[in-house]
Design a protein around this ligand. Structure first.
Ligand SMILES: [Zn+2]
Length: 109
């Protein structure tokens, strides 16, 4: 079972206490964007086998959203962090680089 530590309240919550919110760090597209960029924002999502950044909500706890860096194949969690940032923090990236040398994803390499 997946267990994530909520960075907002500090509780180590089991998956049944959480609700997944999909991919993290999406670039929002507004009315001024072209159709391709808006389609990508609305419908297209990454689904990697390996390191991924996701949004989760501590639904049966503090109720707050947060981000998780984890491996989708092994369920290994690299860390959780605030949903108020637009990119993974350096300490989370350092953990990923230490455990997955050569890893890169989008501009977060
Ligand atoms: Zn919480």
């Amino acid at each position: 079972m997946l267990t994530l530590t909520c960075p907002c309240c500090g509780v180590a919550a089991e998956e049944t206490e959480l609700v997944g919110g999909g991919e993290a760090h999406l670039k929002r597209q507004g009315p001024g964007s072209d159709d391709r960029a808006f389609e990508q924002y609305l419908f297209l999502r990454e689904n990697p086998k390996g390191v991924h950044f996701e949004r989760w909500r501590h639904a049966y706890g503090c109720g707050k959203w947060f981000h998780v860096a984890r491996d989708t194949a092994t369920l290994e969690v690299f860390g959780t962090y605030s949903a108020q940032v637009s990119a993974p923090p350096d300490d989370i990236r350092a953990v990923i680089f230490e455990r997955r040398p050569g890893w890169s994803w989008r501009e977060f390499a």
